[in-house]
Design a protein around this ligand. Structure first.
Ligand code: MG
Length: 223
C-alpha cells in the first residue's frame, strides 16, 4: 500500500476566494482623494485593472506626486477605514468558496493562503467572511516599504515552497489557485498544477495556467 500523502491547495485570496473588495477599495481611494484634495478620477475599472498589487503600490499608482512618507501615512488611514464594518459591507465569499475549502480540508489536504495583504489584514478578511477555519497557514506578504523592488510571484513562490518543504510535500502534489499572472507564475515556478479563476467582473488576464475555471468547484477534481 502506498502511503497517503496530502496535497497542498495554495490559494490567492482577493479576486479568487472573495468578491467585492475592489468596490469597497475604490470607495476608499475616492475618500482619500477628497480628504487630501487630490484631483484624480478613480474609476472602478482602473482599480480592477491593478487588482492584486499591495496597498502601497495602489496609493503610489493613484497619487503619484505624494512623498513616500505621505503614502505610508495614508496606508495607516486605509487600515483604519477598511475595518470589519467596511469588509462586512462590501465583501462576500466567492461562490462555492466555503464548500470547496471544506471538502479539501475534510479530505485531509491542506489549504493555505498567500496574499499580498498584511498578515493582520488578511486574517481580518478571512474571519469576516467566515473561512478562516479552513486554513492550515496564512501568508501575508505585504510590501512594507516602497524602496526596492517587490516581485509578487517571487514572494509567493518562496512562501509556498517553504510550506511544502516543511511538510515534505512534493510539487506534483501542490495545486495553486489564483486570478492573476503572479499567482500562476508562482505555481509554475515550483512545478505545481495551476488553476486560473476567472470572473466576469475583471478584465481578461492572459496566463499560462494549466486550467482556466469559472467555477471554484472544478478544483474538487484534484481530490
Ligand atoms: Mg487575486
Amino acid at each position: 500500500m502506498t502511503k497517503l500523502t496530502g496535497k497542498i491547495f495554495a490559494w490567492d485570496f482577493h479576486g479568487t476566494l472573495e468578491q467585492g473588495t475592489e468596490v469597497g477599495f475604490a470607495q476608499i481611494l475616492r475618500n482619500i482623494a477628497r480628504k487630501i484634495n487630490y484631483k484624480r478620477r478613480i474609476s472602478l475599472e482602473e482599480v480592477r485593472k491593478y487588482f492584486g498589487i499591495s496597498v502601497l503600490d495602489y496609493l503610489k499608482q493613484f497619487f503619484p506626486t505624494l512623498s513616500n512618507e505621505e503614502v505610508y501615512q495614508l496606508r495607516e488611514y486605509v487600515k483604519d477605514i477598511q475595518n470589519q464594518k467596511h469588509i462586512q459591507k462590501y465583501i462576500k465569499p466567492a461562490p462555492y468558496a466555503h464548500e470547496v475549502l471544506a471538502k479539501i480540508k475534510t479530505a485531509g489536504h491542506k489549504n493555505i493562503i498567500i496574499s499580498t495583504s498584511s498578515y493582520a489584514h488578511i486574517n481580518r478578511f478571512l474571519e469576516v467572511i467566515g473561512v478562516i477555519g479552513y486554513f492550515d497557514e496564512i501568508f501575508g506578504i505585504d510590501r512594507h516599504v516602497l524602496e526596492g523592488d517587490f516581485d509578487i510571484a517571487r514572494e509567493k513562490t518562496q512562501a509556498i515552497e517553504g510550506f511544502a518543504q516543511k511538510h515534505k510535500i512534493k510539487s506534483k502534489n501542490i495545486v495553486v489557485i489564483g486570478d492573476r499572472s503572479d499567482d500562476i507564475n508562482a505555481g509554475i515556478n515550483i512545478g505545481a498544477k495551476t488553476y486560473q479563476y476567472i470572473t466576469p467582473d475583471f478584465p481578461h488576464i492572459a496566463t499560462n495556467a494549466d486550467f482556466k475555471i469559472y467555477d471554484l468547484r472544478e478544483i474538487l477534481r484534484e481530490l
